[in-house]
Design a protein around this ligand. Sequence first.
Ligand SMILES: [Zn+2]
Length: 130
Amino acid sequence: MIVSAGPTKYTPKRDKYSRSRGASQFLNLFCAKDGAHLVLYQKDGPGALRRLYLDRIFAPSPQSDWQALSNLAEVPNLTCPNCGSLIGSPMIYRSENRLAIRLNAGTFSKVRSDGTFNPLETTTETTTES
Ligand SMILES: [Zn+2]
C-alpha cells in the first residue's frame, strides 16, 4: 500500500446514518494529556461526542482500517500513540448493529476540521478558529 506523504482532504460520507442524524462535520481528536493527534472523525448530527463509529474514522492508519472490521472481537482499544492513554473501548451500537469506540470522558479534546489530514502535522494541535 502506498502512503501519501502530503495532506489529504476528505469529503463527508453521505448514507442512511448521516441522513437520519443531520449535518455532518469533521473533527480532529487529540489526547487530553499531551495533545497528540488521535483520529480524524466525521460526526453526524448534533449532540455530545460519546462514541466513534468505526465507519466514520477517516485517518490515520491503522485506525482508518478499522472501517473494514465486522467483528467486535477484532476491534482494538483506541489509545494515544504518544503516551498510551486509553481513549476508548470497542462496543456495538445495538440499535444500528454498528461497531464503535465508546469514548472515555475527559481523555480527549476535539477541534473542528475541514476534513484535511496531513500525516506530517499530526503531532501539532491546530489553533485555527473554525
Ligand atoms: Zn497522549
